[in-house]
Design a protein around this ligand. Structure first.
Ligand code: IPM
Ligand code: MN
Length: 353
């Protein structure tokens, strides 16, 4: 097939890991005889340096005229002054909103060989295989913000249709898995959560009666994710809760460097990015873990291009490289020899062929 893929490397380790993911996509194109063309554009801090804007119009146009978008990371200490008016993160939020990718899929899969890397006991991790669906274009991230000398506010708003569409995505995915959905809110305190719970209960009864629905308050969910992670199948939650819980859940997999994400909406065009940030502390050293970015490329193949077999091949290659002992520093235990970003990705490509 022919596909146009927009590549937005961004800041920090973003360029290093997207470079690897792009190479893997090229290897897939060659092996399965597809024709992928890549178009690189600026986002985040590097875009601000070039044009003053974290999401230039050319980047938006490029993404909108592509079949899928592969993104690295945005942000860095250089741009994190709390009084700055323009920030790299605004570019990412605007992109998510422009592309209308309201459902952010963050699968948490555990590789047996990495159980020793997680701070949790190995027996708690047995059978962990969950998918967290985070609402991505609403809530407190996008509400009105105010700030004066002595006060500040962030408004959190949700509309029924925003809740329905993301819960539908999550419930459909649950239908193809273990048929369990856990909805997470803070309905004992927040009005938006009470709406979330009402809408979810009704929708699930009307459209997904065959899926088991569990409801948890977010504070309890944070605990249950660590005490009984294997019980969860698909989880769905609002934007900020999803941001926080997925960083927590990454510790089940051992490292933030392992978790990919797919942001999808009503069209097939999606945005694919590792859940880790720009990691300025290790940027430019060639030691970042490319697995999350490469696994994000696998999600791109599956969700935007419909290339199921190719996606599975990339995921299997990551698993094989790990089984063969390849370890970047973040997933190494004290006796392991560590490999560089480039070596890790070469090992994954070797396993592909
Ligand atoms: C993420 C990141 C972003 C978010 C930041 C960089 C704006 O933490 O994708 O999880 O909060 O959504
Ligand atoms: Mn985050």
């Amino acid at each position: 097939m022919d596909a146009v893929i927009a590549v937005l490397p961004g800041d920090g380790i973003g360029p290093e890991v997207t470079h690897c993911a792009r190479n893997v996509l090229s290897a897939i194109a060659e092996k399965y005889q597809h024709n992928f063309s890549f178009r690189e554009e600026l986002i985040g801090g590097v875009a601000m340096e070039a044009s003053g804007e974290p999401l230039p119009a050319a980047t938006i146009d490029c993404c909108k005229s592509s079949d899928a978008v592969l993104l690295g990371a945005v942000g860095g200490s250089k741009w994190s002054d709390p009084n700055a008016k323009v920030r790299p993160e605004q570019g990412l939020l605007k992109l998510r909103s422009e592309l209308e990718v309201y459902a952010n899929l963050r699968p948490v899969k555990i590789y047996d060989e990495l159980a020793g890397t997680s701070p949790l006991k190995a027996d708690v991790l047995v059978g962990v295989d969950m998918l967290i669906v985070r609402e991505l274009t609403g809530g407190i991230y996008f509400g009105e913000k105010t700030r004066d000398a002595t006060s500040a506010s962030d408004l959190c708003t949700y509309h029924t249709h925003e809740i329905e569409r993301v819960v539908r995505v999550a419930a459909k995915l649950a239908g193809a898995r273990r048929k369990k959905l856990c909805s997470i809110d803070k309905a004992n305190v927040l009005e938006t959560s009470r709406l979330w719970r009402d809408v979810t209960d009704r929708l699930m009864q009307q459209e997904f009666a065959d899926i088991e629905l569990e409801t948890l308050l977010v504070d309890a969910a944070a605990m249950h994710l660590l005490s009984r992670p294997a019980d969860f199948d698909v989880l769905v939650t609002e934007n900020m809760f999803g941001d926080i819980l997925t960083d927590e859940a990454s510790m089940l997999a051992g490292s933030l460097g392992m978790l990919p994400s797919a942001s999808i909406g009503d069209s097939t065009r999606g945005l694919y990015e590792p859940i880790h940030g720009s990691a300025p502390d290790i940027a430019g050293q060639g030691i970042a873990n490319p697995c999350a970015a490469i696994a994000s490329a696998a999600l791109l193949l599956r969700h935007s291009l419909g290339l199921t077999r190719e996606a599975a091949a990339v995921e299997a290659a990551i698993g094989d490289a790990i089984a063969a002992g390849a370890r970047t520093a973040d997933i190494a235990t004290p006796n392991d020899t560590t490999v560089s970003t480039q070596q890790m990705s070469e090992e994954i490509m070797r396993c592909l062929n």
